[in-house]
Design a protein around this ligand. Structure first.
Ligand code: IPM
Ligand code: MG
Length: 370
């Protein structure tokens, strides 16, 4: 049996609650003898700050480098509003992304048939939706230098963030995007703001060149990120794969999440380059939703995005695509049976807690593998 080393970083707010459902799933796989998943746990975000005064310790970073995949919950909350910018909870996540080189963030937005009415958009607009937002994750304005606030001495301050992209960063994310598109409906939409930003001009140019050189068979279109956002809510099904930079991807993926009915539904995979020697790639799997401090500890959180994120780990890190398909099928079946956490509750459905949702998905997995 293959052995895989997982680092579980539950984080803050609802992070530990949804992570508990991943642990339940791992317990199920252990009993079934699917694979030998070995887990270690660590602190990140506000939890790490409370214990060590940093958003992630060197020791935890070392474990993240050494493991086969990081499974991440969520970080942040009002409790840490006054913490210095360097030690704020989000800094732990950003450091993981940057230092592990996780440049490719795959955020699929799928509307499960049972949830087509949970979206704020009309059923016809979202029914059957299955798109991917591919977000560049280690560059752009998130990490560009200078990143400063300077006192100008005249009662004014000046804040600077820097949007910066080099050719190689755009090329490598474009290749991931074209490869994904080839396995799907063969259509890629690239979004930037070339009408305003130099980084948008280069982004557009490089994606166009990679297409002409290596991926002529894929249908490529370019949209400005603002009207692209509009089209995403106007006719989301017109898209297949969308590739965009770090900041636009952050915004567009939250929008895409709401198309599916709730932020609690969207999983994500953050992947690094494939190492030529080991053929392995660094990876982190996390739900798109945040730590939702307002509902933390109440058993209200939806664990589906977290469980589906582990499904993505099966697919992208452990080459267990068939098992990942079963996770998705189990989620769909449980939703079809009418069970709903609070965020996706609608009339005529049955309200369940985080734990009950997790248990129901695993029971369904048991039936599917029987
Ligand atoms: C996300 C989140 C993060 C981001 C935060 C928590 C730093 O919003 O993963 O989308 O901005 O990237
Ligand atoms: Mg976000």
């Amino acid at each position: 049996m293959a052995t895989y080393n997982l680092l579980l970083l539950a984080g803050d707010g609802i992070g530990p609650e949804v992570m508990a459902e991943v642990k339940r799933l791992l317990g199920f796989y252990a009993k079934k003898g699917v694979a030998d998943f070995r887990t270690e746990e660590g602190l990140v975000g506000g939890a790490a700050y409370d214990a060590h005064n940093v958003a992630i310790t060197e020791e935890t970073m070392a474990k993240a480098h050494a493991c086969d995949a990081v499974i991440f919950g969520a970080v942040g909350g009002p409790k840490w509003d006054k913490v210095s910018f360097e030690a704020r909870p989000e800094a732990g996540l950003l450091r993981l992304r940057k230092e592990l080189g996780l440049f490719a963030n795959i955020r699929p937005a799928i509307v499960y048939p049972a949830l087509a009415d949970a979206s704020s958009l009309k059923r016809e607009a979202v029914e059957g939706l299955d798109i991917i937002i591919l977000r560049e994750l280690t560059g752009g304005v998130y990490f560009g230098e200078p990143k400063t606030i300077t006192d100008l001495g005249n009662g004014q301050k000046r804040a600077i963030d820097t949007q910066v992209y080099d050719t190689y960063e755009i090329e490598r994310i474009a290749r991931v995007a074209f490869d994904l598109a080839r396995k799907r409906r063969n259509k890629l939409t690239s979004m930037e703001k070339r009408n305003v930003m130099k980084s948008g001009v280069l982004w557009n140019e490089v994606v166009t060149q990679v297409h002409a050189r290596e991926y002529k068979d894929v249908q490529l279109e370019h949209q400005l990120a603002d009207s692209g956002g509009m089209n995403l809510v106007k006719s989301p099904k017109a898209f297949d794969v969308i590739v965009t930079d770090n900041l636009f991807g952050d915004m567009l993926s939250d929008i895409a999440a709401m198309l599916t009915g709730s932020l609690g539904m969207l999983p994500s995979a953050s992947l690094g380059e494939i190492d030529v020697k080991s053929k392995k790639r660094k990876a982190l799997y996390e739900p798109v939703h945040g730590s939702a401090p307002d509902i933390a500890g109440k058993g209200l959180a939806n664990p589906i995005a977290m469980i589906a994120s582990f499904g993505m780990a099966l697919r992208y890190s452990f080459d267990m695509g068939a098992l990942a398909d079963k996770v998705d099928a189990a989620i769909a079946a449980v939703l079809a049976s009418g069970l709903r956490t609070a965020d996706i509750k609608s009339e005529g459905t049955t309200a369940v807690s985080t734990t009950q949702m997790g248990e129901a998905i695993i029971a369904e997995l048991g039936r599917l593998s029987a």
